[in-house]
Structures are given as structure tokens and as C-alpha cells.
Write a protein that binds this ligand. Structure first.
Ligand code: IVH
Length: 658
């Protein structure tokens, strides 16, 4: 029997990945790994009634901030899955039972790997474009969607007063690559996939950026509408779309169950030659009457299913195995391979992660390897085909000095590591690039190429040299990519950064595994940079969200000082952290229960302590507040019984004043 704890943990984990994927466009795990977690939860929930808050009962993720919200006329649902013909036949059996007829025609369409959108026309005019959101409520992104010139602003033919049309927004692969090139040159993080790029662009608040990126769309579905449409099938609906000049996909076909397999195969076969990503086919009952009879189960229609394609895998040849040096000195092996097109992307480099992975694969230069990429995910080498060895294979040249600076290297767990710090140009580049990036000190006008020039030409020998760039003003003006105006902007931006918030500065230092949220926990706890710098292990471990590994990383960072902190703090003023005016939590006993999307429990605890509150583990009549996450359990019941004030996730920021 599964324990409640196991189920709750899994639900929280799935919720977290859902949020990373849908709301933050920043997935941490592969689709296949997500499917496995989801399948496990389904299995555990088999004998219990999951309740509405379980991710198995929800669609997608909650809306995020920034865009106005809107309730779809008809919910935007998701799809059940089949992976082969047997499973499809079972799907069809269920249909036959319900409608009592075997006379069924299906439409078979590509499943576009983009972002679902619902576009409303009122009296024939485009009035609103809304993302899927949680399926019920989405975000209004009309202006961003209107940048897609293919979408008609008016419907030509007689149409109902109000109609929602559904489609998928995506990027073509060459456009995706161009966008990433630009991001890289500007020194920004690249998108991991065309789908993430589409999600990020669709929900970008800066219309100027959206306009520079050629989003595209296919329409495939009917949402809610008023009055009579006189459209009786998916086929007629797609014709209606075409007549009204909506972009629809040419690979759609119609037929009975015997032809479905061929249609799916034919879509699968054309997958590699498409210039956009698909991750399966969608099989829909064609007849709208039959669709209506079939209706929905919890979050998916009974009349449609997604026939998912396997991840793409291909054999190719390893041309070389090289080693790259990152900011922290970690040396990562990677294979350069004979380029292969996998799930829509051209792959020519594959990371080999670390020395353990080299051992696992026992890979050699010139080997034939199986490379896999599942849609969204970073490519990986599955295995080496040793039967294909010809004797031409060469052992890997494992470096005995740093490939960037030729300095001595050491071993750190499964990694090789260059310990040269800032004298290693690759590390200096990494720290410098991070320091000036948008999320850190946010210096305008620097990017990948320019940063590299600054370091190669010796203008930047340590991070603090950013503040001495003015000495090279005339030299900089002659550099490619710099005009008079951009130089002025650059210097202004550098000057503005001379006064920095403590948390921004800590984040900008780029300590291993210290991102924005840990930086802010450190700032809140230590209040000044001086305090943080002199903290010892025990001081650091006082912070709930910091564990042994991060504490040691921080200590090691200050000891080895790879950025040159003394010189840096000569150049700028790091402001002390000021506790916000209120001490509204002073002495208040606060219990946290359930799981949260936006914060970890440790983070919430840290903030409470910081603000003078007392995190407590059990609810009693002395408890002042209970902060309530999802799947809260018995503490929630008790709090309700005792009439204690409840704070739900949406209210946390307000409540904590963060
Ligand atoms: S029909 C209720 N058709 O896949 C029917 N969806 O996993 C669901 N998708 O939310 C929509 N290509 O964003 C449909 N040809 C297609 C599709 C498609 C991609 C997306 C859509 C949907 C998701 C479900």
C-alpha cells in the first residue's frame, strides 16, 4: 500500500515540474522522465479517489503574473495518450461501446510541439488571444499574438457572434536558431527548445522583443461559440478555417481505423523533414455529433487521443572528444559528432558530463554512437556500438593540464577541475559574463562576443576591471559592435551599477549553486556583505534553505576568491540589507503545511525567522497563522477547527512582505 507521504511527495514534485514547464518555460527533467513520474502517481492513486488538487486531475499550470486573466468559453483540455496500435484499438473499443456504432471516421493530425492558444472573434473581429493556463483560465496575450501576420483579424464569411478558435503557436527551427544566436551574442541564456522559446516569447511583456521573433501558428480546433455553426465534422471545420484564410496543416488526413496507423506512420516519416517540431499525432473522431455523445473524462476528451512518437535516436560517428572549461573551473568532456537531425534539431555536439560518464560509455574517438533526443531535451549518448569498431578508434586524450590556461588540474568528485581561478581565461569569462548579465548587475551593452574581446585584448583581467573600462574608451570605440551611443549607454549602465543591493551583488558573484533565491536568503540573514564574508560553517547552516554542500561551496568560494572580491568592492558600494519597515511577524507563531509552487518550505521558514516570526511545527490555540500549501493534511483541519487565520499560496508574498 502506498503511504500518503509518498503520494503527497510525488504530487508536489509533479506540480513543481508542471510549473517549471508551463509557467516558467524552464523544465528540469525530460518529457519521458515527467511521464514516468506521472504514470507512477496514477498507479499509486489507483485505489484511492485523488481529489481535485492532485496533478492527475488538473490541466497544465496556474496563471502567472503580468497578464490579465480570462476564462475560456469552453475549457482547453489536454489529451490522453496512446503509444502503439494496440493501445489505439483499446481507445477505439471504448468509443464503440459508448456510441454503439462501429462506423467511425477519424482525423489524424500532427501534434505540434508548441503552445496552445485560444483566439476569440466577436462579430467577426479578432478581440482576444488567450493562453491555455490551467485549462479554465488563461492569460490574455492578444498583442503578442497579433504580431503573427498570418492570423486574420477579420472573419470573412457569415460567422456566429462569438467564436473561439484553437491552435498551436510555435517557432520554425531556423527562426529558433536565429533567436538563440541573438540571445547568445547579447550574453543572455539561450532557450532550450523551440517550444520553450515560443512559450517565453508569447508571454514576454516587451512587445518590441516579440515583434523581432517570427512566431508561427497552425489552427486545429473549435472552442466555444454562440448560435449555430452548421459545421458537422472536424473535416468541415478545417475547410471553414481554410476558407477564412487561417493557416492549417497539410499533413491532416481522414479515414477509418484501418487507415489510422498508416496516417500516423506517414506523419512520423515526415517528422525529420519538417521545419517545426511535432511530438506525435492527434487522432480525433471526425463527426461532431459523435464527439458530443462521447464527451469528456476529467481533463481530456473521450473522442481524441495523442499518439505519441518515441524519442528520436540515431547512430552517428564521433569525430572528436574535447574538454571545455566552465566558470567554476569544472572541465566537461563533450563529443563532436557527424551532425544528425534529431526531433527537429541539428545536433553536432553532445555533452559527456563527467569522467564517470566516459567510463560508463567507454567511448573512443571515431566510435559509432547512438544519440538520443526527446523533443525538448538536451541530446545524450545512449550507448557506443562496439560491433561497429574498425580498429581506427582512438583513446580519449584526457587532459593533464587545463585546456584553456594550461594550468594544473585537480579532481573534484567525478569532475576534472582547473584551479587557476581568474588567470584561466575561460573562468574569468564565465564569471565576468555572469556578473554583468541581466539577472546579476544588469549591465547594458555587453554580450558574448564583446565580453570575449574585452578579455582577449586584456582590458578585463579580473571582474573589477569592468569599472576601469573607461580608461580604454577610445580603444573600445574602434571595436566591432560598439558605436558612440552604445559606448555611452555602457558607461552609464556601469556607473549605475556602482551601488548594488546586497542580494544582487551576492548573486552576481556567481558562487557555485548560489542562485537568486539562495542569494536573497543570505542577504536577509547576514544583512551586510562583511558579515557574509566572515561567516563560518555553523553560521551558514543556520539558514534552513542552506545545506552542507552549499555551505561548503560558499566557504570555498571566499577562500579561493576566484573573482577578486577585494578589488571589486573598492569599485562599488554594496548596500546593507534593510528589513522592510514592518515587524508585523514579530513573535508570531506560524505553522507551514502542504507543498508550495513558488517557494520551498525552507525559504518560507527563513523569511519568517528573518522577520522575527517563529516557525512552529504543530497547530495549537497559540498558533497565529497557518500557511497553507497544496495537500495540506491534518494541520489544516486542526487550524480550521481552532479558527486560525489561513494564508494560501497566492497570499504568501503579501503576507511575508517580500
Ligand atoms: S486538439 C480537446 N490538435 O496538444 C482537444 N491539440 O496535449 C485537445 N496540440 O492542449 C486539442 N497539436 O495545445 C489538438 N492537432 C492538434 C494539436 C493539439 C498540438 C496540443 C494542444 C493541446 C495539447 C494536448
Amino acid at each position: 500500500m502506498p503511504t500518503d507521504d509518498e503520494i503527497n511527495k510525488l504530487r508536489a514534485e509533479i506540480d513543481r515540474h508542471n510549473k517549471l514547464y508551463h509557467a516558467e518555460d524552464n523544465p528540469e527533467i525530460t518529457d519521458a522522465e515527467f511521464d514516468a513520474l506521472y504514470a507512477r502517481l496514477k498507479e499509486l492513486e489507483e485505489n484511492i479517489k485523488p481529489g481535485e488538487s492532485s496533478p492527475t486531475m488538473k490541466v497544465g499550470s496556474k496563471s502567472s503574473k503580468g497578464f490579465e486573466k480570462y476564462d475560456h468559453l469552453k475549457p482547453m483540455l489536454s489529451l490522453s495518450n496512446v503509444f502503439n496500435y494496440e493501445e489505439f484499438l483499446k481507445f477505439e473499443e471504448r468509443i464503440i461501446k459508448r456510441i454503439n456504432s462501429e462506423d467511425i471516421t477519424y482525423s489524424v493530425e500532427p501534434k505540434f510541439d508548441g503552445i496552445g492558444i485560444s483566439i476569440t472573434y466577436e462579430n467577426g473581429n479578432l478581440t482576444r488571444a488567450v493562453t491555455r493556463g490551467d485549462g479554465i483560465t488563461g492569460e490574455i496575450v492578444t498583442d503578442n499574438v497579433k504580431t503573427i501576420k498570418k492570423i486574420p483579424l477579420k472573419l470573412e464569411k457569415e460567422v456566429p457572434e462569438i467564436i473561439e478558435l484553437r491552435g498551436e503557436i510555435f517557432f520554425r527551427l531556423n527562426d529558433f536558431e536565429k533567436i538563440n544566436e541573438v540571445l547568445k551574442n547579447e550574453g543572455n541564456k539561450k532557450f532550450v527548445s523551440p517550444r520553450n522559446a515560443a512559450a517565453g516569447t508569447l508571454r514576454n511583456l516587451d512587445l518590441r522583443i516579440v515583434k523581432q521573433r517570427p512566431l508561427d501558428i497552425f489552427f486545429y480546433g473549435l472552442g466555444g461559440h454562440s448560435g449555430d455553426l452548421n459545421i458537422e465534422s472536424q473535416e468541415e471545420f478545417l475547410n471553414f478555417l481554410e476558407l477564412n484564410n487561417f493557416p492549417i496543416n497539410k499533413l491532416v488526413s481522414f479515414g477509418n481505423k484501418e487507415s489510422v496507423k498508416n496516417s500516423v506512420d506517414s506523419i512520423l516519416n515526415s517528422r525529420e523533414s519538417l521545419d517545426y517540431e511535432i511530438d506525435g499525432a492527434v487522432v480525433k473522431v471526425n463527426d461532431f455529433n459523435q464527439q458530443n455523445k462521447l464527451g469528456y473524462v476529467s481533463k481530456a476528451p473521450r473522442w481524441a487521443t495523442a499518439w505519441k512518437f518515441p524519442a528520436s535516436e540515431k547512430y552517428t560517428k564521433v569525430n572528436d572528444i574535447l574538454f571545455s572549461v566552465g566558470r567554476t573551473g569544472i572541465i566537461t568532456p563533450y563529443a563532436t559528432i557527424e551532425p544528425v537531425l534529431l526531433a527537429g534539431a541539428n545536433i553536432s555536439n553532445v555533452s559527456l558530463h563527467n569522467m564517470d560518464e566516459l567510463k560508463r560509455l567507454s567511448i573512443m574517438v571515431n566510435d559509432t554512437v547512438l544519440v538520443k533526443r526527446a523533443g525538448d531535451v538536451i541530446p545524450q549518448i545512449v550507448k557506443v556500438n562496439k560491433d561497429m569498431r574498425t580498429g581506427q578508434e582512438k583513446a580519449i586524450d584526457i587532459p593533464n593540464k587545463c585546456p584553456s590556461c594550461a594550468g594544473p588540474i585537480g579532481i573534484d568528485g567525478p569532475f576534472l577541475k582547473c584551479n587557476a581561478g581568474l588567470t584561466c581565461k575561460k573562468q574569468l569569462f564565465g564569471y565576468f559574463e555572469h556578473f554583468v548579465s541581466r539577472k546579476a548587475m544588469n549591465i547594458d551593452g555587453l554580450g558574448y562576443k564583446i565580453n570575449q574581446h574585452l578579455i582577449d585584448l586584456g582590458y578585463v583581467k579580473e571582474v573589477a576591471d569592468l569599472y576601469k573600462l573607461k580608461n580604454f574608451e577610445s580603444e573600445l570605440k574602434s571595436l566591432e559592435g560598439f558605436g558612440e551611443k552604445s559606448i555611452d549607454n555602457l558607461f552609464e549602465s556601469i556607473e549605475n551599477s556602482r551601488s548594488a543591493e546586497l542580494e544582487t551583488f551576492i548573486n552576481a558573484l556567481g558562487m557555485p549553486e548560489v542562485g537568486e533565491s539562495t542569494a536573497s536568503a543570505l542577504a536577509r540573514h547576514f544583512k551586510s556583505f562583511k558579515n557574509l564574508r566572515s561567516a563560518d560553517y555553523d553560521d551558514l547552516m543556520q539558514i534552513d534553505s542552506i545545506g552542507d554542500v552549499v555551505a561548503k561551496n560558499i566557504l570555498r568560494f571566499f577562500e579561493s576568491d576566484p573573482v577578486g572580491i577585494d578589488n571589486l568592492i573598492q569599485e562599488l558600494v554594496v548596500k546593507d540589507f534593510v528589513v522592510s519597515e514592518s515587524s508585523h511577524l514579530d513573535g508570531k507563531k506560524i505553522v507551514i503545511t502542504g507543498s508550495f509552487n513558488e517557494f520551498s518550505r525552507e525559504e518560507i521558514k527563513d523569511i519568517i525567522k528573518e522577520k522575527g516570526g517563529i516557525p512552529s511545527s504543530s497547530v495549537s490555540s497559540n498558533t497565529d497563522f497557518v500557511i497553507l500549501g497544496e495537500n495540506p493534511g491534518s494541520k489544516y483541519k486542526k487550524a480550521v477547527e481552532l479558527g486560525i487565520e489561513l494564508i494560501i499560496e497566492d497570499e504568501i508574498k503579501n503576507f511575508l512582505k517580500v
